[in-house]
Ligand binder design. Structure first.
Ligand SMILES: Cc1ncc(COP(=O)(O)O)c(C=O)c1O
Length: 392
């Protein structure tokens, strides 16, 4: 008997990621120029590695408390206090999660009942539509092109009585676009006035380039200064701040993230974590205690140089929103070519270059995503090939 009928409608509704399909296509290539990778190309900083190894050797391999080990909670609390003026305590809670994905999933489970709306940007990080699919909610797409900014004026017409939350992703995946502080403020004000949550996915918060940093903070010596709705006074009542360690410190496989926000939201997220993920990986938590002491500025500067290279090569041949952060660019396939993103990436594959089509991140298929988290020489080779193909 075919037991596959037992698979739920929920699971059937989740489509395989188009990114994986590109990887499958790519298996036929020998040593491709791979500009598809969504993780940093630098080693985990040594203090983090040492702390994780020490935790294993010490025997800190068992379950931890669901909310996360105290030394890590303290480190995050200090960071959120210093950077954003947040105070973790009775009104604002903190949960260490199994990746940023874990935080997003728990937030969706807590906020969305069947029939509820969650507004997400289009283009989006691949998980966002699934947050709705998996909870019975509805993803309401907010088109953000051609500049890829999720502005209050674009979001406002989409808010209904069913809307529970808006997801902001800045620096953005797949576009690299960074909101200004004024745009963050307007979006927060909108959510506040309509009584809905603003989920701010800031997994790329450390990767903000010099020209996209917040105006007042940019004069500080610290490299990090990611514009964020969380910087606004009293934001913690309306913002669920979601950040991660994976992209920032090159440890995506360790599955580490955290969420901070109003206690009424963090408390049920913690309860659900107890019966699902249980706790973020113990040894990874111990490693990440050392994370905030690591200086990423040379890496961010290197990514900024690569960003400059990519935009310099592509701007003459197509529209490309200048990435203010992360490590992606999202150029348009020139309409004169008459090709979809998918058709264009197949052409790139014929030239041994691997990139992701826009239809992995959007209901449109007009762009491609280029990751510059790769060796700069290969990056330049690959982007020159793409620029030539775009010239037609
Ligand atoms: C915008 C965004 N949010 C969340 C995630 C998920 O990150 P994690 O690996 O920490 O679950 C990613 C990963 O690519 C991402 O790009």
């Amino acid at each position: 008997m075919d037991l596959s009928r037992l698979v739920s409608a929920r699971a059937r509704a989740v489509d395989a990621s188009r990114i994986r399909r590109v990887f499958e296509l790519a298996r036929t290539l020998k040593d491709p120029i791979n500009l598809s990778i969504g993780q940093p190309d630098f080693p985990v900083p040594e203090p983090i590695r040492r702390a994780a190894i020490a935790a294993i050797e010490r025997g800190d391999n068992g379950y931890t408390v669901t909310q996360g080990i105290e030394p890590l909670r303290q480190a995050i609390t200090r960071r959120l206090g210093d950077e954003l003026g947040w105070s973790i305590g009775s009104e604002t809670g903190l949960l260490v999660t199994t990746g940023t994905s874990g935080a997003l999933m728990l937030a969706a489970l807590v906020l969305l009942d069947p029939g509820d709306d969650i507004i997400i940007p289009d283009p989006y990080f691949v998980m966002y539509p699934q947050l709705a699919t998996l909870t019975g909610g509805k993803a309401v797409y907010c088109p953000t092109g051609p500049d890829f900014r999720l502005t209050a004026s674009r979001v406002e017409p989409l808010i209904t009585a069913r809307t529970k939350a808006v997801v902001l992703c800045s620096p953005g995946n797949p576009t690299g676009v960074v909101c200004t502080q004024a745009e963050c403020r307007d979006l927060l004000e909108l959510c506040r006035s309509r009584g809905i949550m603003l989920i701010s996915d800031e997994i790329y918060d450390e990767f903000v380039f010099s020209d996209a940093r917040t105006e007042p903070w940019a004069t500080r010596s610290e490299a990090r200064a990611c514009p964020s709705p969380a910087r606004e006074p009293g934001a913690s009542a309306n913002v669920l701040l979601v950040r991660g360690f994976g992209k920032t410190y090159g440890l995506t496989g360790w599955r580490m993230g955290y969420a901070a926000g109003p206690h009424w939201l963090i408390e049920p997220m913690t309860r659900l974590q107890q019966f699902s993920y249980v706790n973020a990986p113990s040894i990874a938590q111990w490693g990440c205690v050392e994370a905030f002491g690591c200086d990423l500025s040379p890496i961010v500067a290197e990514y900024e140089r690569r960003r400059d290279l990519v935009t310099r090569l592509l701007s003459p041949v197509t529209d490309v929103a200048v990435p203010g952060g992360a490590f992606y660019a999202y150029p348009r396939v020139p309409p004169a070519l008459g090709l979809t993103g998918q058709q264009f990436i197949e052409r790139c594959l014929q030239h041994n270059v691997l990139v992701i089509p826009g239809n992995a991140f959007s209901r449109e298929d007009t762009h491609i995503r280029i990751s510059f988290a790769t060796d700069p020489t290969r990056l330049e080779q690959g982007v020159r090939i793409i620029a030539d193909l775009m010239r037609g």
